[in-house]
Design a protein around this ligand. Structure first.
Ligand SMILES: Nc1ncnc2c1ncn2[C@@H]1O[C@H](COP(=O)(O)OP(=O)(O)OP(=O)(O)O)[C@@H](O)[C@H]1O
Ligand SMILES: [Mg+2]
Length: 266
């Protein structure tokens, strides 16, 4: 097993005195896809925000390789942040820019700001962005405005952007929540392929257990801000599901539809 690229150790976070994450520990190795499962409000997004440095943590640590992110300042912190690529459910892209410009934006942290302002990207930046778009199968949409792309295409542009950014870890917060089942599976297969091919570690929040079981190497279950499961997909059984989601109520029996006279229609 490759050594852990990302290591979260006893991370805790509270908002207004209310604990949201309670001593959360998990790791992601190079080339590994780890799915985080949890009910709404379990703390998944907060965990991602803490790892990405978008929210301060109260206790514990986040290490990338052997470097504790909390200890970094200035350029070293900026460099570490580039190593962590974010793919979120929505609001991923600059709507009025085309696909290629959105991917080039992934190079922002890697090139001086004046080059961006003058649109003087080095040839190498442009070819990286084009190669990233090609890798996700969207080269023919390079000059299409982001807000005219389908949801699945937009997610692939967001993935191309973190590829162009040369991130070593991808944090994907419900990247397929708004996609149809086929596109969702294809998007997760793409993430998994990139993990394998480039040694990127992927940490991915999902609501759907079946998608996690089908695409992740490991499942981490979060409930009430605590890790309650850390398992291979093959060992994620009914008991593990209950630990994560609680006892699911039986599906309600739909009431019959009647017309005004009370006759049952269907
Ligand atoms: N900035 C904040 N200020 C106060 N409370 C917050 C803040 N962000 C999150 N919370 C609270 O932390 C808890 C966990 O929220 P979080 O968004 O991490 O859940 P989640 O697991 O991502 O849920 P969902 O599946 O619905 O996206 C919730 O009770 C939420 O209200
Ligand atoms: Mg969330």
């Amino acid at each position: 097993m490759a050594r852990a690229l990302l290591c979260v150790d006893r991370l805790s976070k509270a908002y207004a005195g209310r604990t949201v994450l309670d001593a959360v520990s998990l790791s992601v190795a190079s080339g590994e896809v780890v799915a985080v499962l949890g009910a709404s409000g379990a703390g998944k997004t907060t965990l991602f925000r803490c790892i990405a440095g978008l929210a301060a943590i109260d206790a514990g640590s986040v290490h990338l390789d052997d470097t504790p992110l909390q200890a970094l300042r200035g350029r070293a912190l900026a460099a570490a942040r580039r190593d962590i690529g974010l793919v979120f459910q929505q609001h991923n892209l600059v709507r009025r820019l085309d696909a290629l410009d959105n991917v080039l934006a992934g190079r922002l942290g890697r090139v001086p700001a004046w080059r961006v302002i003058l649109r003087r990207f080095a040839g190498a930046d442009l070819s990286r962005a084009v190669a990233a778009l090609d890798r996700v199968g969207l080269i023919e949409h390079a000059h299409q405005r982001a807000d005219t792309l389908s949801g699945g295409q937009q997610q692939r542009v967001a993935i191309a952007r973190v590829l162009a950014q040369e991130s070593r870890i991808i944090l994907a917060d419900e990247p397929v929540a708004s996609l149809d089942p086929v596109t969702a599976a294809a998007t997760l297969a793409l993430l998994r392929g990139l993990a394998r091919e480039r040694g990127i570690g992927v940490l991915c929040n999902l609501h759907q257990v079946d998608l996690a079981l089908g695409h992740a190497d490991r499942i981490v279950g979060l409930a009430g801000g605590r890790i309650v499961v850390d398992a291979q997909p093959g060992t994620f059984d009914g008991a593990a599901r209950t630990r994560v989601f609680g006892d699911l109520p039986d599906a309600p029996i739909p009431a019959p539809v009647t017309d005004r006279s009370g006759a049952v229609l269907h």
